[in-house]
Design a protein around this ligand. Structure first.
Ligand SMILES: NC(=O)c1ccc[n+]([C@@H]2O[C@H](COP(=O)([O-])OP(=O)(O)OC[C@H]3O[C@@H](n4cnc5c(N)ncnc54)[C@H](O)[C@@H]3O)[C@@H](O)[C@H]2O)c1
Length: 332
């Protein structure tokens, strides 16, 4: 393949996509972002032809096949819109946007300009996730009744823009919970959500946070299955790796990483391989005018569940208006 890419951003996610591009021998036409030192260093390391803070200029000069957007969440919408309008296909990191209305606008724009948009839900390419999905669809566990997923960071959490509501759109739920939500949905064969219940905590593990760092949500799917999802940052222990999902069926149960016991320093959980497979699928499908496995619909439904959960949990901050505390009769 010799399909040029433009990469927007030069942080952790951008590096994974750039490494995937190199593994696939895809040339990086340009890297875009506001910080010249970081951007130039990234361009030099990955052999990008151009480093600039002007996305439109790069898109016009390079005419890339694909724009890979790895900027802070709140910038996704404007940058993806610009790329679509310049005729580029888009792979935008999760969450697709920070509001559902913006995601719907992206879908309309993509249709108008006849380009595809994919969203970085790369766990859909992990071999262990695919293996469990095959077991489920072959009926190994019978009809699935319930799943339990994890999107939790143990002993650390992000800082900077990730913790600023305006730039991130939310905390651990939109950052980590979204992976566990989408992994459960993928394992179950992409059912649609019909109800979301949530309890979300801010400052549970870090008092100074303005976004959520702990929570639980329950999703009812139109297939009759229900999913429990735990998410959080800075937790002292975790019940499972990022995106780990256990499934419980009428005939048995399984999970993605049954052998996992603890982290060691050599353990690379976020493998490059799933980023490579994701990029390969996105480039192939967009060249054929088809949706990839991580289509815009996938990203929009994950974001819709996250948005519903934030709405559903809002009442939790005014408990006295919601729950009338029961008083045992012997105390009256
Ligand atoms: N799929 C995954 O597992 C995964 C993992 C990490 C991050 N992400 C997503 O990738 C995106 C970036 O996260 P990250 O971890 O790389 O963050 P990061 O903070 O490491 O990098 C973001 C970079 O973008 C730069 N930047 C700031 N404003 C910009 C703009 N307007 N345009 C271009 N660049 C800009 C910043 O200087 C920073 O270097 C986020 O949407 C995040 O949710 C996804």
């Amino acid at each position: 393949m010799s399909t040029p890419l433009v990469i927007v951003g030069y942080g952790w996610a951008a590096r994974m996509h750039a490494r995937a591009a190199i593994a696939l021998q895809l040339p990086i036409a340009g890297v875009v972002g506001p910080n010249p030192q970081k951007r130039d260093a990234f361009a030099a390391e990955f052999g990008a032809f151009e480093s600039s803070d002007d996305l439109l200029g790069v898109l016009t000069r390079a005419r890339p096949h694909l724009a890979v957007i790895c900027s802070p969440n709140a910038d996704h919408f404007a940058q993806a819109s610009q790329a679509i309008q310049a005729g580029a296909h888009v792979l935008v990191e999760k969450p697709v946007t920070t509001t559902l209305a913006d995601a719907v606008t992206l879908a309309r724009l993509a249709d108008e300009h006849r380009v595809t948009v994919s969203v970085g839900h790369m766990w859909r390419y992990h071999e262990a996730v695919l293996a469990l999905r095959s077991q489920i669809s072959s009926g190994a566990f019978g009809n699935i009744v319930r799943t339990h997923g994890y999107g939790v960071h143990a002993k650390w959490g992000p800082s900077g823009w990730f913790t600023q509501q305006q730039r991130s759109g939310g905390g651990a739920l939109i950052d980590m919970g979204i992976h566990a939500i989408d992994t459960a949905r993928f394992l179950l064969g992409d059912p649609l959500p019909i109800r979301v219940q949530a309890s979300i905590g801010k400052g549970s593990f870090r008092e100074d946070l303005e976004v959520d760092d702990d929570g639980l949500l329950i999703i009812d799917w139109n297939s009759g299955v229900r999913s429990l999802v735990e998410f959080g940052w800075w937790q002292p222990r975790i019940g499972g790796l990022e995106a780990e999902t256990e499934v419980v069926g009428v005939k048995g149960s399984g999970q993605i990483w049954p052998e996992f016991r603890s982290f060691d320093s050599n353990y690379e959980h976020c493998s490059l391989d799933m980023y490579r497979l994701q990029l390969q699928d996105v480039v192939r499908c967009s060249s054929d005018g088809k949706d990839s496995r991580v289509s815009l619909d996938v990203g929009v439904i994950a974001l819709q569940i996250v948005s519903e959960a934030y709405d559903a949990a809002r009442v939790a901050y005014q408990p006295s208006t919601y729950i009338k505390t029961w008083e045992p009769t012997w105390q009256r």
